[in-house]
Write a new protein. Structure first.
Ligand code: IVH
Length: 686
């Protein structure tokens, strides 16, 4: 091999590995198996060893954040965590029941009680309790050996840290960690606002959240846990599986509530259908129904065959994948001008739902998968997430197709659409002049983290904008002058118009951070808005600082980029937004209609900068005298701190009340700053 060939191949491999790393770390959505990844890495390392001076400067060997030497300690499961056999149709279910009866030599008249329970689409976890206390949590791993994720799982509210009632001395409870749909949407909305890659489905984001190095991140993801099984246990846990589930509940676990009992294949299938019908209304993903023999002594007799129990089987729901034709690619324009391609599909039923649209993410993704209009594509629907295109059936590609590229002008306003260096997104440069951006910004303006105006939803915004009632945020507060126009609208009467106007008036006083967030500045999400509000205290101070920072140098600029968690990129977006005369006018008009409440004073009584606490992590432990735990927590959050449950080297502050024990000791061991309650009140303001 020539050195030049090696250099070219190394560059290609490096780019490919970097892309896999990005998907693996950023999205928890690896595109290749570990084995394939390792093969690519081996090939790269081989070449690098032979042609070291031709290796790319940022090759995978040198980069931090490439696939890690696993960061979690290993745990060998006392009893292996096995998997389930699958039943795909009614025939398989009948065969399962016949097989169990045969194995146990049950007489035809002998009843066989079984349970049917939802199969939760999360990740399985083993929780070990000793003396009623949670001592360890481990992932399934390869079934024999998993990862110790105790500190992260401790932050999950529905995992009891202490069991209530009497429990065996050693008890290992198994079940599924999952992310509820509401939380999944909240997380992805937040990631979108902050310009981070989105998680593909709740399962991936639950898995990603459990494997965080910082437990505070896991805590902020609000995971949940359903218990169903056991691992190591000193005694037989119960006589039947149903009785075991009841014991789990007594100890304080949550058990998926839609399970039932059944005595034959027909009843199991009826339960499968019933749970399947509930599926769309559930707030979490399930991917089938698990049937189990109810009597535990019979489970013991049945035992295991290979890696799966003979006493249970998973009856999956129909595949959530389907093939259809990509009829067109539409281009939508978002709040920050991002051009998003959307697939228009020939309608097809996937997992019981008719699908006619799919997300295409961005231009690069389309290029990578070489998706073209006219192609037959494989689509997947996961839970209630927007369907995705998995791949193209190249063997069915018609003639005359061409690669897709996004337009270089905005399809809505005709302004130039540009892709700035390093950005995966192409954006319309029309700003508020672009109708699409204006409408999306208005929707963002009234959204939950923003002005949150009751009764003024996205649909109203669209309609009011289309009819010229609202063009900019300030117009919302001038709707009172358009009362007559509102009354003329279909579906609006005196009462509903007055309710809306009252709800708008209710929001004429607005906290500074909400005001800032509502402006919809790129990359300024709720967290950054809070940081800015804390730092500058009021709108005028921020506007003045932004004006002085236009030169991107000097004291004001340095102070802005110095705010912990801001960085130059966000500072740039903020300054550019406020320097644009159109957005400046918008802010001014809005500020004339509402009262922006300044953030609480920055300098505390103790003289230490409370603003500097924003973004820091705090743990409360022991009994507090002056405040309830709830209030202390709320206050810390108010000044932008993150309250977490356990102490690590990353904890910034521990507030130790009366009789603080192990957490305080741990903080001292780790050299984390510990304050008494009084010192804390002094610092945070009484
Ligand atoms: S019982 C011996 N019950 O499905 C294994 N598993 O495909 C007994 N799962 O790894 C497992 N919901 O993570 C059982 N109600 C349920 C379940 C469930 C989800 C998962 C579990 C297991 C996988 C097997």
């Amino acid at each position: 091999m020539e050195a030049s060939e090696a250099a070219a191949e190394m560059a290609r491999l490096a780019a490919e590995l970097a892309e896999h790393d990005r998907r693996y770390h950023g999205e928890d959505a690896p595109a290749v198996s570990d084995a394939d990844y390792d093969a690519l890495m081996r090939r790269y390392t081989e070449l690098e060893a032979r042609f070291p001076d031709r290796a790319p400067a940022d090759g995978p060997g040198l980069r931090v954040g490439s696939r890690p030497a696993p960061g979690f300690e290993k745990v060998v499961h006392a009893r292996p965590m096995l998997s389930l056999r699958n039943a795909f149709d009614e025939e398989d279910v009948g065969e399962f029941v016949r097989g169990v009866r045969r194995f146990l030599s049950l007489a035809p008249e002998e009843p066989l009680a079984m349970t049917a329970e939802a199969k939760i689409d999360g990740l399985s976890i083993a929780l070990r309790y000793e003396g009623g206390r949670l001592v360890q949590a481990a992932t399934r791993g390869d079934g024999r050996e998993g990862e110790n994720v105790t500190r992260n799982i401790e932050t999950v509210e529905s995992v009891p840290k202490r069991l209530s009632g009497r429990a065996p001395d050693v008890l290992e409870v198994r079940g599924e960690i999952y992310m509820a749909h509401g939380e999944f949407r909240r997380l992805n909305d937040e990631r979108e606002r902050e310009g981070l890659p989105l998680y593909a489905n709740p399962r991936n984001s639950a898995a990603g959240s459990v494997r965080q190095i910082d437990p505070a991140v896991t805590a902020a993801r609000h995971l949940r846990f359903f218990a169903y099984g056991w691992g190591e246990i000193g005694e037989r846990p119960a006589e039947t599986h149903s009785a075991w589930l009841e014991r789990l509940e007594e100890w304080g676990f949550e058990v998926e509530p839609n399970g039932t009992r059944a005595e034959d294949a027909g009843a199991l299938i009826a339960a499968h259908r019933a749970i399947g019908e509930l599926r769309a209304a559930l707030d979490y993903d399930i991917d089938g129904v698990v049937y189990k023999v109810d009597r535990i002594d019979w489970q013991e007799r049945l035992g295991f065959a290979g890696r799966a129990p003979r006493w249970a089987i998973a009856h999956k729901f129909p595949a959530e994948r389907a093939e259809t034709v990509l009829e067109d690619i539409l281009v939508q324009v978002g709040r920050t001008g991002a051009l998003t391609p959307v697939a228009v599909l020939r309608p097809v039923t996937v997992g019981g739902v008719v699908v006619s649209r799919a997300t295409l993410h961005n231009e690069d993704e389309i290029g990578r998968k070489d998706i073209r209009v006219g192609d037959t594509v494989v689509i997947q629907r996961a839970g209630d997430v927007i369907p995705q295109i998995l791949e193209v059936r190249l063997d069915r590609r018609p003639e005359g197709t061409g690669p897709f590229s996004l337009p270089e002008t905005c399809p809505v306003c005709g302004s130039e659409a540009r892709r700035d260096g390093g950005d995966v997104v192409r954006r319309c440069t029309g700003g508020l002049f672009c109708r699409a951006q204006a409408v999306e910004r208005l929707k963002h303006f009234v959204s939950r983290g923003g002005f949150d105006i009751e009764g003024l939803g996205r649909k109203h915004i669209e309609a009011f904008h289309a009819d010229g009632l609202i063009e900019a945020p300030a117009d919302i507060f001038r709707l009172r002058d358009r009362r007559a126009d509102l009354l003329e609208r279909d579906g609006w009467g005196e009462q509903s118009v007055d309710n809306l106007l009252a709800a708008i008036d209710d929001r004429r006083r607005v906290p500074f951070d909400r005001f800032l967030f509502a402006l919809g500045i790129r990359h300024i999400g709720e967290g950054n808005a809070r940081l800015l509000a804390r730092h500058y205290g009021n709108l005028d101070a921020l506007l003045e600082a932004a004006a002085s920072a236009v030169s991107r140098e000097g004291e004001a600029w340095d102070a802005l980029i110095g705010i912990d968690g801001m960085g130059a990129g966000r500072a740039e977006d903020l300054v550019a937004f406020l320097a644009d005369p159109r957005s400046a006018r918008m802010v001014e008009a809005l500020a004339a209609e509402v009262t922006v409440e300044g953030a609480a004073s920055i300098a505390s009584t103790a003289g230490e900068d409370v603003g500097a606490l924003a973004g820091k992590t705090v743990v409360f432990t022991g009994t507090l005298a002056a405040l309830s735990r709830r209030e202390a927590k709320a206050r810390a959050e108010q000044i932008g701190m993150r309250v977490v449950g356990s102490v690590s080297a990353k904890t910034d502050l521990v507030i130790a009340g009366e009789a603080a024990g192990s957490k305080k000791r741990r903080a001292e061991e780790l050299g984390v700053r510990v304050l008494t309650e009084d010192e804390w009140l002094e610092l945070a303001g009484r």
